[in-house]
Design a protein around this ligand. Structure first.
Ligand code: ATP
Ligand code: MG
Length: 260
């Protein structure tokens, strides 16, 4: 489904991806873990060309997105993307958030878009919330609307970039449950996450990135439970050890980064 070869990405003098090789097979769930600033989001964004790679190639479902002649809109139609921030239209209801792209991009008629929209909201456990505006929904519900919006477009591949990082802890579970069900249904998923239990239980493969390279890759029972590389071990200790997490707030490094 995805083939990434020798992918490099620089922002000016800063090389963020330093030669990434990664394949994701149809129906596979691959979780990407790694420290803040290691290039995880950039990697994901190169898959649907939200970032233009500096070198290397990326193919999605056989289409080379790095080919200058590619019809990128057509490729993007096959890919659903869910970000940390939900990016819903605030002035549209949950159902309207789901129907607008179906109508504009897929040219579905209103009745069909509404039917699929309702079905998809049901899939993510939001029956009864069709008429609610985003501000009337919890963060977890908003994120499930965002997932449903992507699913209503019938994607072949879903990209998730830390979909639960902005949520209060008690809301994380509902979103992960939706993602787990999607994985069980056979959706191909590339997921950047800090949820190690999700990676351990749902991922077919886990990729640990650090400083723009893939340091370690393998089944979760290896990478998460018995990492071989010292950098993977150090990262997991930081993430899994609550005492370490308390002294290094999750968003501290992000603030430092945005100040650069
Ligand atoms: N548009 C941009 N312009 C310049 N630098 C950028 C841009 N986007 C990302 N970077 C830099 O690239 C590096 C990798 O960023 P990226 O967002 O991919 O990291 P990440 O692994 O997703 O981190 P986090 O876990 O905090 O989300 C960082 O040093 C960041 O500052
Ligand atoms: Mg990121």
């Amino acid at each position: 489904m995805i083939r990434i070869r020798e992918l490099r990405k620089s922002f000016g003098a800063l090389e963020v991806l330093k030669g990434i090789d990664l394949a994701v097979e149809w129906g596979e769930v691959v979780c990407v873990i790694g420290p803040s600033g290691s290039g995880k989001s950039t990697l994901l964004r190169c898959v649907n060309l939200l970032e233009e790679p500096t070198a290397g190639s990326v193919t999605v479902g056989g289409a080379e997105v790095t080919d200058p002649d590619v019809d990128i809109d057509r490729v993007r139609r096959r890919i659903g993307m869910v970000f940390q921030a939900f990016n819903l239209f605030p002035h549209l209801t949950a159902l309207e958030n789901l129907t607008i792209a179906q109508r504009r991009v897929l040219r579905r008629d209103k009745a069909e878009a509404v039917r699929i929209g309702r079905d998809t909201l049901r899939r993510v456990g939001l029956t009864g919330k069709e008429a609610a505006y985003p501000a009337q929904l919890s963060g977890g519900q908003q994120q499930r609307v965002a997932i449903a919006r992507a699913l209503a477009m019938d994607p072949e591949l879903m990209l998730f970039d830390e979909p639960t990082s902005a949520l209060d802890p008690e809301l994380v579970g509902d979103v992960l449950a939706v993602m787990r069900a999607l994985a069980d249904e056979g959706m191909t998923m590339l997921v950047v996450t800090h949820e190690m239990s999700f990676a351990r239980e749902v991922a077919d493969r886990v990729v640990f990135m650090d400083d723009g390279v893939i340091v370690e890759e393998g089944g979760p029972e290896q990478v998460v439970a018995a990492p071989r590389h010292p950098r993977t071990r150090a990262f997991l200790t930081r993430v899994l050890d609550p005492a370490a997490a308390r002294v290094v707030p999750d968003d501290g490094s992000r603030d430092a980064r945005s100040g650069r």
